[in-house]
Design a protein around this ligand. Structure first.
Ligand SMILES: Nc1cc(-c2cccs2)n[nH]1
Length: 230
């Protein structure tokens, strides 16, 4: 999978050189390229935004630098997917992460500022690629970079080979619609707190049943909205 990121803060994404995604890049599983939007400006001050038509606070990102950037990044065959982090987008959840990992092999993240990118950019881009506007959650960030980073990690780790043991992707929160069960490791007694006996029993069926019960109970307590009869 190739991932391109367009941002006015390219240094923000240097963290992608380390950890799991860093190794995936070295292994050639993820091909990540970060671009500074100002590369596509033409004035002396490298201007990327201006005041909003219709008035209002803040600034809006100018369309031309974005069109120049995207023209040089989007694939000519229309197979790219432009991902636009925005509080006004579709909630980004695990099914979307799975879909982006499985069905899209070129993701282009447009990191704008909260006041937004000139809306005509997405109308223009829609004839050149798929455009998906995604929200990380119902809260407001100053820019799309933090949201893009979270989405890149959620999608990147689902690309086959990125996570060493694919089994570990199965028993995770939200993979089966339920929150994950509590996990324990040695010692069996820690500061007078004991690991549940069933986990020491070696009885795999009982462990599996207990873990599912824990998932349902935790989901009912913390996220009743996820349960089918919600
Ligand atoms: N979920 C979410 C996305 C955002 C922003 C994206 C771009 C600028 S602010 N805030 N909250």
């Amino acid at each position: 999978m190739r991932i391109d990121i367009v941002t006015i803060f390219p240094e923000f994404f240097s963290v992608l050189d380390v950890s799991l995604l860093g190794k995936a890049r070295v292994d050639g599983l993820l091909d990540v390229h970060v671009h500074d939007l100002r590369h596509w400006t033409t004035d002396r001050h490298r201007t990327v935004d201006d005041t909003p038509y219709g008035g209002g606070a803040g600034m809006v990102m100018k369309p031309e630098p974005w069109a120049q950037a995207l023209s040089s990044i989007l694939r000519e065959d229309g197979s790219s997917t432009l991902v636009v982090p925005t509080p006004a987008g579709t909630p980004f959840r695990q099914p979307i992460a799975r879909s982006l990992a499985a069905e899209h092999d070129h993701l282009v993240f447009a990191c704008g500022r909260y006041e937004g990118i000139d809306a005509r950019v997405f109308a223009w881009a829609a004839s050149r690629c798929s455009v998906v506007e995604l929200s990380l959650g119902d809260y407001v960030l100053n820019g799309g970079e933090v949201a893009a980073m979270a989405m890149i990690e959620a999608v990147g780790r689902l690309v086959p080979g990125v996570v060493g043991n694919p089994e570990s992707l199965v028993e995770e929160s939200h993979e089966d619609g339920l929150l994950e069960y509590p996990s324990y490791t040695k010692p069996a007694v820690w500061r007078d707190l004991e690991v549940p006996d069933v986990l020491l029993s070696g009885h795999h069926a009982r462990v599996a049943a207990w873990r599912h019960e824990q998932q349902v109970e935790r989901t009912r307590r913390v996220r009743p909205d996820l349960l089918p009869d919600a």
